[in-house]
Design a protein around this ligand. Structure first.
Ligand code: HEM
Length: 351
């Protein structure tokens, strides 16, 4: 079993107000670093960059995830969700590999216009860094990204990789490593986090059977439920920054810190009884599971679309809810309770 990662060992900015302020203050809290050094030697972009490169890259990516761009994908996502949860009618359903993984992979393949990669991405398992008896490995992801970038250069890489190769960003074409960095972030960010959200939703419904009737009948209740699951589980709980201090000092000489989004979302001064799933939380203090400030998640609308599709499909196939039969998951302690944050396996069963 591996111990805490490097970012988990860093000093942290914690609590709702402090994390929100730090997330917005990109001049003090720089993102110009490279994480996951055990599995990659390139920066994930635009995540690990500061303006002006960050702003230009983000402006390039945002249109892929706008409401208008995603609308044509909604029907396909909903059809996939219905097909993947259908085995629940027969009794049991494994959510992580059985629903979350194939759904997110099919969705990204559609978005990137690379349907022939689905099998390869599924073969990596629930983490893009693979499953090698607890050891992470970035080789499979890198081999895929190198191939996709080459294909992008030849104009055969699908929508995103073709544009990455040919679009000047802030006046210059991206380097090979930068294109790899963008592809890596979309695959890691768009795959693993959503899978954990989907498993988290299935878990939370099983834990709150009294909400099932309202969830079945009212899309607004489903929205509130998904947002509370995002807050409770916070699938991306900790992100690295370089604290350049008030005066914006040299990043090379400045300490690294972790922005603790999970602690913000579980801050009892903002969220009364933070370990409880409540559907009537005041809207004035929204969760920050998708981050805050200039690096806030570009893919949030897509993640929400996938989450809605699965929740609706599960309730259609098992209208009286379900129970958890088996699970393998990581938990965080919130106000004395154990709340799941990520899943390797989750088996549910209809009553
Ligand atoms: C439940 C699902 C998701 C969660 C919880 C999540 C969470 C986050 C968080 C917390 C950040 C901010 C990181 C920081 O401030 O350092 C972020 C950034 C980002 N996310 Fe997501 N994400 C999810 C899904 C997605 C999806 C589906 C995509 C795209 C396919 C995506 C793409 C990105 C990108 C590109 C950024 C970087 C934005 C920037 O640096 O400007 N995410 N995400």
């Amino acid at each position: 079993m591996s111990g805490p990662s490097r970012v988990e060992r860093l000093p942290r900015v914690t609590g709702y107000e402090s994390v929100r302020a730090a997330g917005r203050d990109f001049e003090r809290y720089s993102s110009l670093h490279q994480g996951d050094e055990d599995v990659r030697a390139y920066r994930q972009l635009p995540l690990e960059s500061d303006p002006p490169l960050h702003s230009a890259l983000r402006a390039f990516l945002v249109p892929f995830f706008s409401k208008g761009s995603l609308a044509p994908f909604q029907q396909g996502i909903e059809a996939d969700a219905r097909e993947l949860v259908a085995p629940l009618k027969l009794g049991e359903l494994e959510i992580v590999r059985g629903v979350g993984l194939p759904l997110v992979v099919r969705t990204i393949a559609r978005l990137l216009d690379r349907p022939s990669d689905i099998e390869e991405w599924v073969s990596w398992g629930p983490s893009v860094w693979g499953d090698h008896d607890g050891r992470r490995d970035g080789a499979a992801l890198l081999a895929f990204l190198e191939r996709a970038v080459d294909e992008g250069a030849a104009g055969t890489g699908g929508r995103l990789f073709n544009l990455l190769a040919s679009t000047p960003i802030a006046g210059v074409l991206l380097t090979r490593d930068q294109q790899i960095g963008v592809g890596s972030l979309l695959l890691a960010g768009g795959r693993d986090t959503v899978m954990n959200l989907i498993a988290g939703i299935a878990w939370m419904v099983a834990a709150h059977p009294t909400h099932v009737a309202a969830l079945r009948g009212d899309p607004a209740v489903r929205t509130a439920f998904i947002e509370e699951t995002l807050r409770l589980t916070t699938p991306l709980g900790l992100m690295e920054r370089i604290d350049r201090g008030e005066s914006g000092g040299d990043p090379e000489q400045s300490p690294h810190v972790g922005l603790d989004f999970a602690s913000a979302n579980h801050d009892a001064t903002i969220f009364t009884c933070p370990a409880e799933l409540r559907l009537d939380r005041p809207a004035m203090s929204p969760h920050i599971a998708f981050g805050i400030g200039p690096h806030a998640c570009v893919g949030a609308p897509l993640a929400r679309m996938e989450a809605h599709a699965v929740l609706k499909a599960l309730l259609a196939h098992s209208p009286n809810g379900w129970s958890v039969q088996e699970h393998s998951a990581q938990f965080r302690s919130v106000d004395g309770a154990q709340v799941p944050s990520s899943f390797q396996r989750l088996v549910i069963a209809s009553p």
